[in-house]
Unconditional design. Structure first.
Ligand code: ATP
Ligand code: MG
Length: 581
């Protein structure tokens, strides 16, 4: 399934610019984080993410469009780097006037509106920590997170305010609720602060706090795919990784129009929805609306998006809508498409070629890593189903149970990273013990299992907790799921290990079917046969159950632990990030 370089090079769209990253092996050999730092503006050891993303570019190209915002109602607003600078300064001054100081936690619980971005950068300028939450959370998960991080402020919108009101009396740390009301034309209650009023009289000038590389900047709760979400805390130094991966993985060029579909409630929506594009001075599209195949294609066409970063769950939905739906739109502006969040099934990579004449490039990272660690680069041959190769400044390894690197190709083990890259998280907030437990034998342990081939490409096997031990074989759910979704009748699949007295575990698959396909015994037998042919009888699922939809996190990840808990009648654990049915 390896696509040759010649095949990719045949696609003039993909390579119509010289990629920023040269030959991978050469870049790796000659890599220096210092030369990345030299491209940024870090005087006297000071670093501030808002300065690197906004003020630096406002000084160099004040009128360049930083943000194109498209609201759910179709209205479009544009903000230059200098406007972003002034709006964020006003908010920084407003926070200062409220007495909010360095390292205090400012939560964001809003829709994707321009003020969210102004206020996030204003908070970073103030030296406080931004903690964005996904707007679809109910009151309990919001309360739990604000409580755990002892948040001082919540910035919200009138539609979400009732959820805050339901919990605020339980949150003694919460001093201010700031409501962005003007867009909705709503009144602000006396106990709340009106965003518009706070910034109206605030100065447009603000001297950024003197934050250093180790000062806190962002707190992100993990997706909760494997258990209780953890509050991973990051520092301003992370912007070095955001800039470098924006340049070399997203391949951002000055005239790109970039769109990342993730919400800032998840780390992709901040690292790659804010920091990577803006630290590279690129025009960034913020789309307020939710998923819809035609809507998304129209958005790409309307704004001439060139570089697009999305997720497997969206790609699977686009695949369901069919490549004809893509071809009905003029998507000729697109030159590069990437995916993250879950493994991208090889089917997805190849489908991209059919729909956009562009293969989809998978890359791997985590909330904890703060930035992309392993990637399929634009100028490197893709191996569909592989996460790609480590970023030049990153050392990644497969390690065994004694934390020793495994050199043998395609031998499975835990994926580990050599600590010390700029965007590495610095703690789990209020849970230092758990943080410490993730570092062993000189490695950061990712909790993911993978293999590396002889050419240095990494192949995802599964989460540590999800790997199945059946009759002595270790089976990763991903390969079984990928085989299932190759079948035309299958839309999505989630695979678990089900305890078995003889085999220890058997492979069980939950399958949701493509539109118009009905479950039947015949189909079940056909899928079993298909998997046996593709995977061999030891790995193919012994049980297949048809279900309407798979349980997923709100960020779109299949929650195998829930499939398993439900199968075994066990408690479901934390379900705060579970998507509504
Ligand atoms: P939690 O840690 O709360 O269980 P989570 O691990 O899903 O949630 P994130 O930090 O958002 O939270 O996700 C990172 C994880 O997502 C990775 O550890 C990996 O398991 C998975 N992942 C992300 N990108 C990829 C990819 N390209 N291929 C395979 N897996 C991926
Ligand atoms: Mg995780």
């Amino acid at each position: 399934m390896v696509m040759s370089y010649a095949e990719i090079a045949k696609q003039p769209e993909a390579l119509r610019r010289t990629p920023n990253l040269g030959e991978w092996a050469d870049e790796r050999a000659g890599w220096s984080w210092d030369s990345v730092v030299a491209e940024l503006d870090l005087p006297d050891g000071l670093v501030n993410q808002a300065h690197e993303c906004i003020d630096r570019h406002a000084a160099a190209s004040p009128d360049k469009v930083a943000m194109i915002w498209e609201g759910s109602d179709g209205s479009v607003e544009r903000y230059s780097f200098d406007e972003m600078r002034r709006h964020s300064n006003r908010f920084a001054n407003a926070l200062a006037a409220l007495g909010i100081g360095k390292a205090e936690r400012v939560f964001f619980f809003t829709d994707r509106i321009p003020e969210l971005y102004f206020a996030c950068f204003g908070t970073l300028k103030r030296g406080a920590i931004i903690a964005p939450l996904f707007s679809a959370f109910g009151p309990e998960p919001v309360k739990e997170r604000i409580e755990r991080a002892e948040g001082s402020v919540v910035v919200t919108t009138p539609n979400l305010l009732p959820k805050i009101n339901a919990i605020r009396s339980d949150l003694p740390s919460l001093r201010h609720v700031i409501v962005i009301a003007h867009r909705a034309g709503a009144e602000v209650a006396p106990e709340d602060l009106d965003y518009q009023e706070l910034v109206r009289d605030a100065s447009e000038e603000y001297e950024i706090e003197r934050t250093g590389s180790e000062d806190w900047s962002v707190m992100h709760f993990t997706s909760g795919t494997t258990g209780l979400p953890k509050g991973a805390a990051h520092v301003h130094n992370a912007v070095i990784s955001h800039y470098a991966t924006g340049k070399y993985v997203l391949d951002l060029h000055a005239d790109d129009v970039y769109w990342c579909t993730a919400d800032p409630g998840w780390v992709t929506g901040t690292s790659y929805g804010m920091f990577a594009p803006w630290s590279n001075g690129v025009t960034n599209l913020i789309y307020e609306g939710g998923f819809g195949a035609s809507r998304w294609y129209e958005t790409i066409a309307r704004h001439n998006v060139t570089v697009w970063y999305t997720a497997p769950t969206a790609i699977r939905l686009l695949m369901k809508a069919g490549s004809d739906a893509a071809r009905r739109h003029d998507l000729s502006s697109l030159r590069y498409v990437m995916s993250v969040g879950e493994p991208l099934n090889p089917e997805g990579v190849v489908w991209g070629e059919d729909a956009f004449q562009l293969p989809i490039h998978d890359n791997w990272w985590q909330t904890e890593t703060g930035a992309i660690m392993i990637a399929n680069y634009i100028g490197m041959p893709i191996r569909p189903g592989s996460m790609g190769r480590p970023f030049p400044g990153i050392e990644a390894a497969i390690i065994d149970d004694q934390f020793q690197p495994v050199d043998e190709p395609m031998k499975e083990g835990q994926l580990a990273l050599k600590p010390g890259w700029p965007s590495m998280f610095r703690t789990y907030w209020n849970d230092q013990e758990r943080y410490d437990s993730r570092f062993k034998g000189g490695w950061y342990l990712t909790g993911d299992r993978a293999k590396r081939d002889a050419d240095g490409y990494f192949w995802f096997v599964g989460r540590d907790d999800d790997v199945i031990n059946t009759a002595g074989h270790l089976v990763g759910p991903f390969e079984v799921e990928s085989a299932l979704i190759e079948h035309d009748s299958v839309a999505e699949a989630g695979v678990i290990g089900k305890p078995d007295p003889v085999a220890m575990e058997i492979v069980k698959a939950f399958v949701s079917l493509a539109a118009g396909v009905e479950p039947s015994e015949r189909l079940r037998r056909e899928l079993t046969r298909h998997c046996r042919e593709r995977l061999g009888p030891g790995v193919a699922p012994r049980e297949i159950e048809f279900i309407d939809t798979l349980p997923k996190t709100r960020s779109g990840k299949i929650m195998r632990r829930l499939l398993k808990a439900r199968e075994l009648g066990l408690p479901e654990g934390d379900t705060s990030t579970l998507e509504d049915d």
